[in-house]
Design a binder for this molecule. Structure first.
Ligand SMILES: [Ca+2]
Length: 158
Protein backbone atom coordinates (compact mmCIF):
# COMPACT_ATOMS: atom_id res chain seq x y z
CA UNK A 1 0.00 0.00 0.00
CA UNK A 2 2.73 2.45 1.00
CA UNK A 3 4.72 1.49 -2.04
CA UNK A 4 1.75 2.17 -4.25
CA UNK A 5 1.32 5.61 -2.73
CA UNK A 6 4.99 6.47 -3.19
CA UNK A 7 4.83 5.36 -6.77
CA UNK A 8 1.81 7.57 -7.37
CA UNK A 9 3.59 10.55 -5.80
CA UNK A 10 6.63 9.94 -7.94
CA UNK A 11 4.53 9.79 -11.07
CA UNK A 12 2.72 12.99 -10.10
CA UNK A 13 5.89 14.87 -9.27
CA UNK A 14 7.94 13.87 -12.29
CA UNK A 15 6.02 15.98 -14.85
CA UNK A 16 6.12 18.99 -12.51
CA UNK A 17 9.89 18.76 -12.13
CA UNK A 18 10.22 18.49 -15.89
CA UNK A 19 8.17 21.64 -16.39
CA UNK A 20 10.40 23.76 -14.14
CA UNK A 21 12.30 26.32 -16.14
CA UNK A 22 15.84 25.05 -16.22
CA UNK A 23 17.35 26.49 -19.33
CA UNK A 24 19.90 26.22 -20.78
CA UNK A 25 18.80 29.76 -21.91
CA UNK A 26 21.73 29.97 -24.31
CA UNK A 27 23.11 27.54 -26.86
CA UNK A 28 26.69 26.34 -27.20
CA UNK A 29 27.95 28.37 -24.24
CA UNK A 30 31.17 26.35 -24.10
CA UNK A 31 31.96 26.67 -27.83
CA UNK A 32 32.15 22.89 -28.23
CA UNK A 33 30.17 23.40 -31.47
CA UNK A 34 32.57 26.11 -32.60
CA UNK A 35 30.80 29.44 -33.00
CA UNK A 36 27.39 27.96 -33.83
CA UNK A 37 24.69 30.15 -32.32
CA UNK A 38 27.07 33.09 -31.88
CA UNK A 39 27.61 35.98 -34.24
CA UNK A 40 30.91 37.75 -34.44
CA UNK A 41 33.26 39.63 -36.66
CA UNK A 42 36.45 38.29 -38.18
CA UNK A 43 38.54 38.55 -35.02
CA UNK A 44 36.82 35.75 -33.12
CA UNK A 45 38.41 32.33 -33.52
CA UNK A 46 37.87 28.94 -31.92
CA UNK A 47 40.97 27.31 -30.43
CA UNK A 48 41.35 23.71 -29.30
CA UNK A 49 42.88 22.51 -26.05
CA UNK A 50 43.51 24.16 -22.71
CA UNK A 51 39.84 25.15 -22.46
CA UNK A 52 38.03 26.05 -19.24
CA UNK A 53 35.49 23.33 -20.08
CA UNK A 54 35.55 20.67 -22.77
CA UNK A 55 37.92 21.05 -25.70
CA UNK A 56 37.26 24.43 -27.26
CA UNK A 57 37.61 28.08 -26.21
CA UNK A 58 37.32 31.35 -28.11
CA UNK A 59 40.03 33.93 -28.63
CA UNK A 60 39.01 37.51 -29.41
CA UNK A 61 41.49 40.02 -30.75
CA UNK A 62 40.88 43.73 -31.30
CA UNK A 63 43.18 46.21 -33.01
CA UNK A 64 43.28 50.00 -32.67
CA UNK A 65 41.14 50.23 -35.79
CA UNK A 66 38.80 47.34 -35.19
CA UNK A 67 36.71 46.60 -32.15
CA UNK A 68 35.45 43.09 -31.54
CA UNK A 69 32.06 41.86 -30.49
CA UNK A 70 30.92 38.29 -30.00
CA UNK A 71 27.25 37.87 -29.20
CA UNK A 72 24.45 35.38 -28.76
CA UNK A 73 20.80 35.44 -27.79
CA UNK A 74 19.57 34.50 -24.33
CA UNK A 75 16.13 32.93 -24.67
CA UNK A 76 13.18 31.60 -22.65
CA UNK A 77 13.53 34.20 -19.89
CA UNK A 78 10.69 35.10 -17.55
CA UNK A 79 10.19 38.84 -17.06
CA UNK A 80 11.00 39.88 -13.50
CA UNK A 81 12.95 36.75 -12.71
CA UNK A 82 16.61 36.91 -11.65
CA UNK A 83 19.27 34.91 -13.46
CA UNK A 84 22.90 34.12 -12.85
CA UNK A 85 25.30 34.27 -15.79
CA UNK A 86 28.56 32.42 -15.24
CA UNK A 87 31.58 32.63 -17.53
CA UNK A 88 35.31 32.02 -17.59
CA UNK A 89 37.96 34.33 -19.05
CA UNK A 90 41.71 34.81 -19.00
CA UNK A 91 44.66 36.69 -20.52
CA UNK A 92 42.76 39.88 -21.18
CA UNK A 93 45.06 42.67 -22.43
CA UNK A 94 42.37 45.10 -23.62
CA UNK A 95 41.82 48.22 -21.49
CA UNK A 96 38.13 48.22 -22.39
CA UNK A 97 36.74 44.70 -22.33
CA UNK A 98 33.38 43.63 -20.99
CA UNK A 99 30.73 40.99 -20.85
CA UNK A 100 27.35 42.65 -21.21
CA UNK A 101 23.75 41.46 -20.96
CA UNK A 102 21.54 43.84 -22.90
CA UNK A 103 17.83 44.35 -23.51
CA UNK A 104 17.81 44.54 -27.30
CA UNK A 105 14.69 46.69 -27.59
CA UNK A 106 15.65 49.37 -25.08
CA UNK A 107 19.40 48.95 -25.67
CA UNK A 108 19.92 49.09 -21.90
CA UNK A 109 22.44 47.05 -19.98
CA UNK A 110 20.97 44.52 -17.59
CA UNK A 111 24.44 43.58 -16.36
CA UNK A 112 28.08 44.27 -17.14
CA UNK A 113 31.14 42.35 -15.99
CA UNK A 114 34.91 42.31 -16.37
CA UNK A 115 37.19 39.95 -18.21
CA UNK A 116 40.16 38.52 -16.36
CA UNK A 117 43.83 39.38 -16.89
CA UNK A 118 45.01 36.25 -15.11
CA UNK A 119 47.04 33.56 -16.90
CA UNK A 120 44.68 30.86 -15.64
CA UNK A 121 40.94 30.68 -16.21
CA UNK A 122 38.98 32.85 -13.80
CA UNK A 123 35.24 32.29 -13.20
CA UNK A 124 32.93 35.24 -12.80
CA UNK A 125 29.23 35.63 -12.09
CA UNK A 126 26.76 38.31 -13.14
CA UNK A 127 23.22 38.61 -11.85
CA UNK A 128 20.54 40.18 -13.97
CA UNK A 129 16.77 40.54 -13.85
CA UNK A 130 14.96 39.81 -17.09
CA UNK A 131 13.05 42.76 -18.58
CA UNK A 132 11.94 40.75 -21.63
CA UNK A 133 11.73 37.09 -22.60
CA UNK A 134 15.04 37.36 -24.42
CA UNK A 135 18.24 39.37 -24.09
CA UNK A 136 21.59 39.60 -25.79
CA UNK A 137 24.85 38.41 -24.32
CA UNK A 138 27.86 40.32 -25.67
CA UNK A 139 31.60 39.96 -25.20
CA UNK A 140 33.11 43.25 -26.28
CA UNK A 141 36.61 44.53 -26.79
CA UNK A 142 36.45 48.29 -27.35
CA UNK A 143 40.22 48.83 -27.08
CA UNK A 144 43.11 46.94 -28.68
CA UNK A 145 44.03 43.65 -27.09
CA UNK A 146 43.07 40.01 -26.75
CA UNK A 147 41.00 37.87 -24.41
CA UNK A 148 40.07 34.22 -24.14
CA UNK A 149 36.58 33.13 -23.03
CA UNK A 150 34.78 29.85 -22.41
CA UNK A 151 32.00 28.16 -20.45
CA UNK A 152 29.09 30.61 -20.47
CA UNK A 153 26.03 29.32 -18.64
CA UNK A 154 22.85 30.78 -17.23
CA UNK A 155 20.54 29.56 -14.48
CA UNK A 156 17.48 31.01 -12.80
CA UNK A 157 18.15 31.87 -9.15
CA UNK A 158 14.70 32.67 -7.80
CA1 LIG B 1 34.65 24.91 -24.00
Amino acid sequence: MIHTRLLCLALLCAPLAGAAQSGPFLANGSFEEGLDGWSHNSSATVASGDAAEGTHRVVLEASEEKRVRLQTEIIDLTVGRTYLLRYHSRRCTSADARVVVRNVETNRYLASGRLSETAGWKPRELRFTATATSARLEVRLAAAGVVEVDQFSIEAVD
